[in-house]
Design a protein around this ligand. Structure first.
Ligand SMILES: *Cc1c(COP(=O)(O)O)cnc(C)c1O
Length: 313
């Protein structure tokens, strides 16, 4: 197997991120709950996309790109962090965002205005149209460009969370469960593959906050990332657990998610967001209620960031 260190990587964040015990939540849930503070990855307002961008933007630079395109919803944390990282690396970011009626200059759009980011809205729900538009704009600019998919969730971006699992192993604690949000899939797939490689005995739960076929997306990304690493392994459904916490739809707050945001804020002084981490933590609370965790278990919740979006809903 190839080492993660053999892949080009730019340094954007501050790692390792801390692991802290949530004492009050642990008491309430009668188990041991810890949080991996990937809201403190050290660029922009923090968040999971920083780990993926370290690999993706190294690849962009290696290919000689001057312009970086990415896409997402109007309040995409990924798009905002891509713009932040690109600026730091001297690359020009162009964001093609799905409008869906949202244009208020709040949350991540406000942060993009502060950075002077080139944000363009595109009136389609079809990512194929958006990637074609990137090629059109890129060709018209006549400068070398690099396309990052929605959420940075391609096999290379997925390595960011394989690296996170390795980092957790190196922090010297063993966990029975890891719980994370699953939006475009790379975070969960990387964590599940990384757990298989570096955290034997840890079960990884993907809390699905969107309506996509994650039962296909997750193993496909795991397999593709394993191939990049030249790791010989079978990926089976036993390697990942999925739970639907989407509610009425992606980026539509749910009652369970909002209750989880409040609980975390009241009990631990930490802020989750309504689109990803609140719904994911709501899923963790539901698992606890169903008796999925024993009193002696150690459960690690990935705080994947999302602060920008908290101010937009
Ligand atoms: C993008 C995002 C996620 C989901 O990660 P994916 O790799 O897209 O599945 C979770 N939390 C936050 C705050 C995010 O911005």
């Amino acid at each position: 197997m190839k080492s993660l260190d053999s892949f080009p990587r730019v340094s954007l964040g501050v790692f390792p991120t801390p692991i802290q015990k949530l004492e009050n939540i642990s008491r309430l849930l009668h188990t041991n709950v810890y949080v991996k503070r990937d809201d403190l990855t050290g660029l922009g307002l923090g968040g999971n996309k920083v780990r993926k961008l370290e690999f993706l933007l190294a690849d962009a630079k290696a290919q000689g790109a001057e312009v970086v395109f990415t896409t997402g919803g109007a309040q995409s944390n990924h798009a905002m962090l891509t713009a932040a990282a690109a600026g730091k690396l001297g690359l020009q970011a162009i964001l093609l965002l799905k409008q869906r009626g949202v244009t208020d200059c709040v949350g991540n759009l406000l942060l993009e205005r502060i950075m002077g980011t080139d944000v363009r809205f595109i009136d389609t729900d079809d990512y194929a149209d958006i990637y074609a538009e990137m090629d059109r704009v890129g060709a018209a600019l006549g400068r070398p460009y690099y396309k990052i998919p929605c959420g940075g969730s391609n096999p290379l971006g997925t390595l960011g969370y394989v690296a996170c699992a390795k980092e957790i192993a190196e922090q010297g604690m063993a966990f029975d469960h890891i719980v994370c949000a699953e939006g475009s899939g790379g975070t969960m797939a990387g964590m599940a593959l990384g757990a298989k490689l570096f955290l034997p005995g840890t079960r990884v739960h993907g809390m699905m906050v969107d309506r996509e076929p994650f039962d296909e997306i997750t193993p496909a990304l795991m397999k593709a990332a394993a191939e990049l690493l030249e790791a010989e392994m079978e990926i089976t459904p036993a390697d990942y657990l999925l739970r639907d916490v989407c509610g009425a739809g992606y980026a539509i707050p749910s009652e369970e998610g909002n209750a989880a945001v409040s609980l975390m804020a009241e009990q631990e002084g930490l802020f989750l967001d309504p689109v990803y981490t609140g719904k994911a933590f709501g899923g963790l609370l539901a698992l606890a209620k169903e008796g999925a965790f024993r009193p002696e278990d150690k459960v690690l919740f990935l705080h994947s960031g999302g602060a920008g979006g908290l101010f937009a809903l």
